[in-house]
Design a protein around this ligand. Sequence first.
Ligand code: CTP
Ligand code: MG
Length: 230
Amino acid sequence: MTAQHPVRGDVAVLVPAAGLGTRLGGGTPKALRILAGESLLSHAVRRVAAAPSVGYVVVAAPPEDPGAVGPLPGPVTVVPGGATRQASVAAALAAVPDEYQIILIHDAARALAPTRLVEAVAAAVRAGWDAVIPVLPVVDTIKEVTASGTVVGTVDRSVLRVVQTPQGFRRAVLAAAHAAATDDHTDDAGMVEKLGVRVHIVAGDEAAFKITRPVDLVLAEALLAGTLLS
Ligand code: CTP
Ligand code: MG
């Protein structure tokens, strides 16, 4: 673990950044891929650290070389991540000092998530919700299909939402979910739901999309260059 730093806010943010980036390709851990001269992780951390609520940031780095994350904007603690996202989150959570009772978890791969989204999620936890997730409407028609390739039916998308990060939790709830988890989860709120905890939704943000495939990197570059519509 590297340096500890002064507290500004009452929120600690865990940034899982230990994934391989298999779907993006390119051979480098995804969080270390460069976008407009800065790693995806650095973009994500800078936007998180700018939130007044945030007092502590822990990055779960690629375990084979945690130092490869390089210098990051703002005071950040770096720990080695795990083989699964859930293990990376658990490793980061273990590094958060006891005084932080509000924990946000934010994918490094959502490099352009705006600071105001961090604040909105933190505010909802502070207001009393045990678990908070940002969501967007589903824009595509969704079909249920069989393994053999025929359509079972069309799902009512008005009741569906796409889930983003940062997700926010009261610390005791998140810790209990990790203690109770048996199978692997890629969604933190999913673990908490299994405890029977009510999860609150807030409006997500288009810019908080997850850079997953090569086309997402192109979109991120266009957004940053301000050329999306030209
Ligand atoms: N992550 C992590 N530890 C892992 C796996 C994933 O910290 N063992 C992080 C990723 O670095 C990413 C976030 O979880 O910031 C969301 O995961 P995803 O988008 O799936 O990233 P990767 O796992 O890197 O990508 P892929 O699934 O395509 O390999
Ligand atoms: Mg993954």
